[in-house]
Design a protein around this ligand. Structure first.
Ligand SMILES: [Zn+2]
Length: 411
């Protein structure tokens, strides 16, 4: 069957199921799945619900429960199901996450965040965009392929994982450790996107959060020579690092909207409570987002060198700490199978001209890339995750379902 015809069959099948897809989405969003590290009940009830639904639809379910003594029930579930294709050694995986962040201040919500409300073609609820829409789209893409009984070139499956909103320790990181994904797999992470569905993300920057603590000697401000003003040393150091890093790491990469690495002094801890005291302690932070061509170790090495020089010059003791360090995996190639197939599906089904992009934030896509697994990040969203009145557009829910179903048919 020619691809146009296949896509047509997929599209009309999804259209005729549109109400059922929407109803299922609403049922799922009613189940609170706030990450337990953020005070919520976790993924268990939502996972049970999804597992039951997959089984009711005749799919075999793989369930991985990772021990977590701090979570209700003592473990964190991730679940998966797939359809078999011609090449049974390769898998196309859609990987989305079940957990959400908390609703935040209820006053800011116009509706109950756990009572999904439909208004003007949008479904409002916590987790509607992040990551509920894509979870449901990929699930129904799978069910559409099953129902139409189409020839698949390789296995096609979904993973619904735990713990993305905290650190993925009980989700993707554990699944990767257990070797449930292979470098020959094609992975789509639909957990970031653009309002028209044009952006296919294939690269992310490395992330480094630095904390720098300067210790001097606290004295009365009328006798500054008796002490050592840690605030002054800290300010000078922060400015020196700002110039040094932004001046050294200047490569550009047009794939990224912000095409250079960024090194931003951000958080500053409060020091003394009164104006007439010379501070003996100064703490500042930098947020660094580094193009994948550079090594975070090199950045850190440069910072440590400058700190050493400042210690000598000012006779202060200065401590460097990594608060967070997540190197970038290699960018997924534009001509990798997953990128090419997704590009085809987006242009033919969604009818937009896709472009490849890199982002400064990080998704679990980076964790796959670090394991050498080509990964594309895509969805059609208005980009309102974690906000009050978070929503998903029903048109996007349905269109993305068609796109996900079309990807393996365009091989
Ligand atoms: Zn997410």
């Amino acid at each position: 069957m020619p691809p146009e015809e296949l896509i047509g069959r997929v599209a009309s099948s999804v259209e005729s199921d549109a109400q059922a897809i929407q109803d299922f989405f609403v049922r799922m969003l009613k189940i609170n799945a706030v990450n337990p590290r953020m005070g919520g009940p976790g993924e268990r009830e939502r996972a049970d619900f999804l597992e039951g639904f997959l089984k009711d639809n005749g799919l075999e379910v793989t369930r991985v429960d990772v021990k977590d003594s701090e979570a209700p029930g003592g473990s964190r579930p991730s679940i998966s199901a797939k359809l078999n294709g011609k090449d049974g050694r390769r898998n196309l995986w859609y990987v989305s996450h079940m957990d959400t962040v908390p609703e935040g201040s209820r006053d800011l919500w116009k509706t109950d965040p756990f009572e999904p409300t439909i208004k003007e073609g949008k479904i409002f609820a916590r987790g509607a965009e992040d990551n509920g829409q894509s979870l449901v789209s990929s699930l129904f893409a799978l069910l559409t392929l099953k129902k139409l009984d189409l020839h698949l070139p390789f296995n096609v499956g979904v993973w619904f994982v735990a713990d993305e909103e905290f650190a993925s320790n009980f989700g993707i990181k554990e699944l990767l450790k257990r070797r449930l994904f292979r470098p020959s797999d094609l992975v789509v992470v639909p957990d970031s996107g653009s309002p028209r569905g044009t952006d296919i993300e294939i690269a992310e920057k490395g992330l480094l959060w630095m904390k720098v603590t300067t210790r001097g000697k606290q004295v009365h401000a009328s006798l500054p020579k008796k002490g050592l003003n840690a605030h002054r040393v800290g300010m000078r150091l922060a400015l020196a690092l700002d110039e040094q890093l932004n001046g050294t790491y200047r490569n550009r990469n047009k794939l990224f909207d912000y095409p250079v690495s960024s090194f931003e002094p951000t958080k500053k801890e409060a020091n003394v409570g009164n104006v007439n005291t010379v501070p003996g302690l100064d703490v500042f932070y930098f947020d660094c987002r580094v193009l994948p061509t550079y090594s975070l170790d090199d950045v850190e090495g440069d910072v440590r060198k400058t700190i050493k020089q400042f210690e000598k010059k000012y006779h202060a003791s200065i401590k460097f700490e990594e608060v967070e360090k997540e190197p970038a995996g290699p960018a997924t190639k534009k001509d990798s199978e997953v990128a090419v197939l997704l590009e085809r599906a987006v242009s033919r089904v969604a009818g937009v001209k896709p472009r490849f992009v890199g982002i400064g934030g990080q998704t679990v896509g980076n964790l796959f890339r670090k394991e050498g697994i080509p990964t594309a990040v895509w969805s059609t969203v208005d980009d309102v995750p974690h906000e009050p009145n978070e929503y998903s557009k029903i048109a996007n829910l349905i269109n993305d379902t068609k796109v996900f179903a079309a990807v393996p048919l365009l091989y």
